[in-house]
Write a protein that binds this ligand. Structure first.
Ligand SMILES: Nc1ncnc2c1ncn2[C@@H]1O[C@H](COP(=O)(O)OP(=O)(O)OP(=O)(O)O)[C@@H](O)[C@H]1O
Ligand SMILES: [Mg+2]
Length: 217
C-alpha cells in the first residue's frame, strides 16, 4: 500500500527525514513512535502529499508520487484521510458543514451527503452535535469530529498525527477504539505519536524514529 525508498526530507540544512525506507501493507495498523522532532509529522506530510521528498521515492497504491499526473494525484488525495494534531476544523462552520466538505468537493448530491454525515457521526457517537460549532465542543469531541471528517470519503489509508495528544485518558481510549474499529473494517491506519508508551497491541507494527532515521521496526 505504501512504500518509501531511501526518502530524505530537508528543510534548509536540517534533515527532518534521513534515508527512510519502509513498506506498509494493506490492512496494517502502524504506530510511528519517537521523540519530539524525530520526523513523524514530516513523514505523514509526505504520505498525504502535503509536501514532497527531497530525495528518494514514495509509492502509494502503486503510484510513484515523484512522477504522478495531476488527475491521479487528486484521486489519491481523496483516498487518504488525514487527522491533524490541531484538528483543523473550520470554526465558522457547523459540524455538519465540516464533515460534508470532502463530499461536496467530490460532487455528491445532498441526500447522499446527509446520509453519509449522519452515518459517520453515529460512528463517533456525536450525532447529537450535528448543528454545533467546533468551538462549543470539548477537545475530545473535536478530535472525534476530525476523525469523522477524515473517514467520510471511505479512505483506503487513514493517517492520524498525535490523535490523542491533547486528550485525557478516557477520550484517548474512545479515539483509539475508533481507529481500531476503522482498521478492522479494512482501512490501513498509520498513527504518529510521541507517547513514550504508545497503546499498542500485539499485532501492531511500531516504527521508532529518531532524528529522522528509523531506529526500530
Ligand atoms: N516547515 C519546516 N521548516 C523547517 N524545519 C522544519 C519544518 N517542519 C519540520 N521541521 C523540522 O524537522 C524536524 C522534524 O519535525 P517533525 O515535525 O516531523 O517532528 P515530530 O516527530 O512530528 O515532532 P513532534 O513529536 O514534536 O510532533 C524538526 O527538527 C523540525 O524542527
Ligand atoms: Mg509531530
Amino acid at each position: 500500500m505504501i512504500r518509501t525508498f531511501h526518502v530524505c526530507k530537508s528543510y534548509g540544512a536540517r534533515n527532518a527525514l534521513d534515508d527512510v525506507s519502509l513498506h506498509i501493507k494493506k490492512g496494517d495498523f502502524v504506530i510511528i513512535n519517537g521523540p519530539s522532532g524525530a520526523g513523524k509529522t514530516t513523514l505523514l506530510k509526505l504520505l498525504y502529499l502535503g509536501e514532497r521528498a527531497t530525495k528518494g521515492q514514495i509509492l502509494i497504491d502503486g503510484a510513484n508520487l515523484q512522477r504522478i499526473n495531476s488527475k491521479r494525484l487528486s484521486y489519491l488525495r481523496r483516498k487518504i484521510g488525514v487527522v491533524f494534531q490541531d484538528f483543523k476544523l473550520i470554526n465558522t462552520q457547523t459540524v455538519f458543514q465540516n464533515i460534508a466538505l470532502p463530499l461536496e468537493v467530490t460532487g455528491h448530491d445532498k441526500k447522499y451527503i446527509r446520509k453519509k454525515v449522519s452515518h459517520v457521526l453515529r460512528m463517533v457517537g456525536l450525532e447529537n452535535r450535528i448543528n454545533s460549532y467546533p468551538l462549543y465542543l470539548s477537545g475530545g469531541e473535536q478530535q472525534r469530529i476530525a476523525i469523522a471528517r477524515a473517514v467520510v470519503n471511505d479512505p483506503m489509508i487513514l493517517l492520524a498525527d498525535e490523535p490523542t495528544g491533547n486528550l485525557d485518558a478516557r477520550s484517548s481510549r474512545i479515539v483509539l477504539n475508533l481507529l481500531r474499529q476503522l482498521h478492522t473494517r479494512g482501512t490501513t491506519v498509520v498513527v504518529a505519536t510521541h507517547d513514550k508508551r504508545p497503546i499498542s497491541k500485539p499485532n501492531d507494527r511500531v516504527i521508532f524514529l529518531d532524528k529522522g532515521r528509523i531506529k526500530k521496526d
